[in-house]
Design a protein around this ligand. Structure first.
Ligand SMILES: NC(=O)c1ccc[n+]([C@@H]2O[C@H](COP(=O)([O-])OP(=O)(O)OC[C@H]3O[C@@H](n4cnc5c(N)ncnc54)[C@H](OP(=O)(O)O)[C@@H]3O)[C@@H](O)[C@H]2O)c1
Length: 301
């Protein structure tokens, strides 16, 4: 059986760099053929030197559909990890993919929470085009019969530790919980390395997830378990305080605050909404204690 051609858009980004690493590993093992899809002004010098990677230009606007069609015509799977203005521009990619007889799976740039319609009406989320992901991109792919998967995640490790999202200050051994139930319910963490690995593995078996909404996370632990780990690491009791309702309401007024509020709400209600958890084989899992220790040593140097 021939190997799949897999395209990646957004390779230079925060997520894209991790997906790229794992796609390159799989290409080195002859499991897939990787094609980097890039914009005119994408910085290709960020691709690793000494690795042979095919690159193709795409143009995600009204004038670029033919260029993009040509670039994607023999691809089996396309993974997108674009952000900001790149999110709405994916409609042009869907137009191009719709004319392909070969495409088996498009993974649009989602990698967020399963938001409710009411939450999506929060104007603070407009900054990141969050509503566009489901109301425009998913809708258009379904209308044009382009097979997609919605990939939902927990809180990224990169945002968990600086405390932006969940109220954790790992350096000073403090945590603030929005409601007591956070102590007994689990929060989900998706490490970027795991996400890159999981998307690569899933791309090799597109029919497993086409048409679904899935959730990818590699760590889930209760608030009490977080306190216990911090207490062990610091050798002293963790200070636990309350994240107030006023602070929660204030957070809903800006973009990153709203993302954090979305995680907190799901955590304390133990309801992460739509998205079947998919098990990914072969990943070398790292414990929460180990990633916490690693993060603490990275910020102390
Ligand atoms: N759940 C969470 O906590 C969380 C956190 C962060 C991000 N996310 C989601 O993850 C996805 C990727 O985020 P990220 O942080 O990795 O993004 P990023 O690093 O800011 O950007 C990713 C890539 O998007 C491409 N891009 C930027 N502007 C573009 C435009 N106008 N048109 C086309 N492409 C454009 C660029 O690729 P090129 O230069 O190569 O073209 C860039 O490298 C987004 O959907 C974001 O909402 C989720």
């Amino acid at each position: 059986m021939s190997i799949l051609n897999i395209g990646l858009i957004g390779f230079s980004g925060r997520l894209g760099a991790h997906i790229l690493d794992h796609l390159i590993d799989a290409q080195n093992q002859d499991k897939l053929h990787l094609v980097i899809l890039h914009r005119e002004n994408s910085d290709l010098s960020k691709l690793p030197p000494h690795v042979e990677i095919e690159t193709r230009l795409i143009q995600l606007d009204e004038r670029g559909v033919e260029v993009t069609k040509k670039a994607v015509e023999d691809l089996d799977v396309v993974i997108s990890s674009v952000w900001y203005a790149g999110i709405p521009s994916q409609v042009y990619l869907i137009d191009a993919l719709a004319s392909s007889s070969r495409i088996k799976l498009f993974i649009p740039s989602d990698y967020g929470l399963s938001w409710t319609n009411e939450e999506l009406d929060n104007s603070a989320l407009e900054f990141g085009h969050i509503k566009v992901k489901s109301k425009v991109i998913e809708k258009k792919a379904n209308e044009l019969n382009v097979p997609i998967v919605n990939v939902r995640v927990g809180c990224f490790d990169q945002t968990f530790f600086p405390g932006e999202v969940i109220g954790l200050d790992a350096q000073t051994n403090k945590i603030r919980f929005y409601r007591e139930t956070a102590l007994k319910y689990q929060v989900r963490i998706t490490t970027l390395d795991y996400l890159g690995y999981a998307l690569t593995q899933l791309s090799l078996d597109p029919s497993r997830i086409a048409g679904k909404t899935i959730t990818l996370y590699d760590i889930a632990l209760t608030g009490q378990e977080i306190v216990d780990v911090l207490t062990v690491i610091h050798g002293s009791p963790t200070e636990v305080a309350k994240f107030t309702e006023e602070e929660y309401q204030r957070d809903l007024k800006d973009f990153s605050g709203s993302i954090g509020a979305g995680v907190k709400k799901r955590w304390v209600e133990n309801d992460w909404r739509v998205g079947e958890k998919v098990e990914i084989e072969g990943y070398t899992h790292v414990s929460f204690e180990d990633i916490t220790r690693k993060w603490l040593s990275s910020v102390s140097t």
